[in-house]
Design a protein around this ligand. Structure first.
Ligand code: SAH
Length: 351
């Protein structure tokens, strides 16, 4: 089996090449070819010796996923269903914000977290994605953006899967994307979103890199959170907030709370007050990102009205909490998280 070099951090590539008798500089050269010159062919790496190029050809690959389905929305959103070597399918989305091109990366094939409102969890996790496969999501999107002279500028690990349930591969992927000699995507342009795995949150505070952390909160108390997020039973609010405080002091960074507004469930003004109280009570320095719910046919939840969303945001602001409403993309394609994949995978299962 050839090893996919696209999953290697510069450090790992250096260690491995040195062990093969090369100089430390060799990995820097190869990294530059792959990510700066975008040459995906070992034989074209002309400043690498012929002998070592032959070793690379023999033992390593530079495989990218195949594009199974592509959807382009009228607002410029691009959604891809990618097929990995073993046939596993994952979604990747590009959202053209005014400040840059943001890719939403999947971290697992399916998801085990079981959030009641989410389409990704309709199919259980079959495996983790490797760092090479996540890099494959990004490079495939760059390949599409190329025609307009654009590049992915921001990464959110908010696609299918729970990133902290695949911690090491996700961190390797981020380090590769962030590497100065490679794509050089700034750490502050990279965000990992977790449903609240507290061990991961604590560990993430010690990475020594200025990446952002988002927490899917979605409820102002344990009672509602237990109804929609099974993970809340393992890690109740107290444990979660404790880990976040720990993260804040170790990383020196604020977190963002994601909060999906679900009509009649968590979107009242009393609940906005409760959320403000919760954040003040724990003394967490958080932003709140309010997310209009993308309805999923298999799920009973309804999105809150625009006026309820605005009233909720205004109440938080009045209570001294920095709140924003997430801009929506891809209204005319299968925009909801995991929706396109679910359609295709369910179809496959029926065959
Ligand atoms: N497992 C991680 C990352 C993937 S989900 C996490 O839970 O954070 C990314 C975000 O999308 C989460 O906040 C998730 O709750 C939210 N989400 C899931 N389904 C959604 C939907 N139908 N509409 C809007 N947001 C959704």
């Amino acid at each position: 089996m050839k090893k996919n070099l696209l999953g290697y951090t510069l450090q790992r590539m250096t260690d491995e090449f040195v062990a093969l008798g090369q100089t430390k500089y060799r990995a820097k050269q190869v990294f530059g070819w792959l990510y700066q010159k975008r040459v995906m062919d070992f034989s074209a790496m002309t400043d690498v010796s012929k002998d070592f190029r032959a070793v690379l050809e023999r033992d390593y690959s530079l495989d990218l996923p195949k594009i199974h389905t592509r959807q382009d929305a009228s607002d410029g959103t691009i959604k891809l269903l990618l097929e990995m070597e073993d046939g596993a399918k994952v979604e990747t989305v590009l959202m053209p914000y005014n400040y840059g091109d943001v890719i939403c990366v999947s971290s697992q094939v399916g998801c085990n977290m079981g959030c009641a409102f989410c389409a990704s969890g309709l199919h259980r996790k079959t495996r983790n994605l490797t760092s090479a496969e996540m890099m494959g999501e990004l490079l495939t999107m760059n390949g599409i953006l190329d025609q307009w002279g654009r590049r992915v500028t921001h990464i959110v690990v908010m696609g299918t899967g729970e990133p902290f349930d695949n911690y090491d591969n996700v961190m390797d992927f981020i380090r590769i994307a962030n590497e100065q000699l490679g794509l050089a995507i700034g750490a502050r342009h990279i965000t990992v979103s977790t449903c609240g795995l507290v061990d991961g949150i604590r560990k993430y505070g010690h990475e020594g890199i200025q990446i952002n952390l988002a927490i899917s909160l979605h409820a102002p108390n344990d009672e509602i959170r237990n109804q929609i997020m099974p993970i809340s039973r393992a890690y109740p609010m107290d444990a979660l907030m404790d880990a976040i405080k720990d993260y804040e002091s170790n990383a020196g960074r604020r977190v963002t709370f994601e909060y999906i507004l679900l009509a009649g469930l968590n979107d009242s003004l009393a609940q906005a007050d409760e959320l403000a109280d919760l954040i003040h009570h724990y003394g967490v320095f958080a932003y709140v990102n309010l997310i209009p719910y993308n309805e999923v046919v298999e799920k009973p939840f309804k999105r809150s009205s625009p006026s309820a969303v605005k009233a909720f945001a205004d109440r938080l602001m009045r209570r001294g909490i920095n709140a924003t409403v997430r801009k929506e993309f891809g209204g005319d394609i299968d925009a909801a998280c995991g929706q396109l994949r679910s359609k295709v995978v369910t179809g496959d299962e029926g065959k």
